[in-house]
Design a protein around this ligand. Sequence first.
Ligand code: GLN
Length: 494
Amino acid sequence: MSDLTELTLPQTLHALREGEFTSLELTRAYLARIERLEPDLHAFITLAAEQALEQARLADRRLQPNRRGAKTPLPPLTGLPVAIKDVLCVQGLPCTAGSRMLENYIPPFNATVVERLLAAGVIILGKTNTDEFAMGSSTENSAYGVTRNPWDPQRVPGGSSGGSAAAVAARLAPVALGTDTGGSVRQPASFCGVTGIKPTYGRVSRYGLIAYGSSLDVVGVLGHSAAEVAMLYRLIAGHDLRDATTLDLPVDEPFPSVSDHSSLKTLRIGVPDEYFIQGIQPAVEAAVRQAIQVFQNDLHIEVLPVSLPHTEYALPVYYLLAPAEASANLARFDGIRYGPRLPAEALWDVYCQTRGEKFGPEVKRRIMLGTYALSAGYYDAYYAQAQKVRTLIRRDFERAFEQVDLIAAPIAPTTAFRIGEHGDDPLAMYLEDVFTLPANLAGVPGLAFPVGFDPQGLPVGMQLMGRHYQEPLLFQAAHAYQQITAWHLQSPAV
Ligand code: GLN
């Protein structure tokens, strides 16, 4: 067998079951690749090599009888290595959230999504790099160093799930979990040329996720194709008693009849003008428009213009609401309840020492912004006002989804930018998020997938957004596209 890390997810799972190789061999292959490429890419904050090998041996023990012909049903992902963004708790492994504040935190429990993947039989290779507390669009805000884009090491992988996206793109892991509060699955997926789902808000449990903006946060999956991402999505989604915002609705099979595209022919895709604004890189617009043509001409899906008139307000609304929620969520990191307690005379000084020293500059900026927006006298003018506009944005989507089933749009105005390019300009960084924030504010699902390259050879992605809980439709449409195109099969030469 050549390089095991080059197989698709279905090929890998099939081969594991047939005994063409063991989970231990597979896990070793990924660890060897990590060892070779990680020094250049830095996709991981924590590697769990020993533990992964141990889990792999256990998986092999379970797979063994079936290879000899026994017909015991096995969990669907038995023996498959995965990577987990370092804002999700994995029992016994450090969980830093990219912050010095949590440098010594080892959770005594698993996040629900981790629990569900482990029950499905996975092996955890490690915890991937992220902007501190998932605040950022480049992983440059990580306290543990920047991750490099496998397509061009001088560039960012996007963020905040940049470690997960880079790991999947460079085949350091076949699939990975990320989170998306304002684009953090979709934008790095786009920058790294992989596929990623931001599910409907409330579709996937947030239990065991280090909270950033609790009304926006959602856990998603990154992989190479819609079909692969759907496989893991189906396993992590669904009701959880430990997260009251999860809905008690069954999770539909992403592919009711696997490769049957005929049902797609009755679909309508809307293209919002508001997403093709000045400042969008011409190569990004061209690739996205070309992909929309494929849906129209080759998959015979009706394409029509739609309007989401409040799109331009998504950025100011998000950058009030998310920091407001963050300022409340991060209040617990005070050196008493969470975080290292730095020595000081008075209680107040303990707070100041700990928070002053252990939070990075972007996190502090957001705590200040959010605290200000929530403070007496400003609450109505900022927080309350932003909530009202959030409702308008949500209504934009409701109205558009009366006319169409899916909305097609770019993910980011540019392809991956250079490390340091947005250096001291937080606003320039926030502007990267214009096209991803609306879906989070409206709570609708979005699926990112690669649709081309810019003249520098950097991947361009696009997103399909859908009605609440219609992830299956997103997967089916992207799957149909990926069956007749090859963008998702391209790999960086690392
Ligand atoms: N880039 C956005 C931010 O900085 C979104 C981050 C996210 O989705 N976690 O807040």
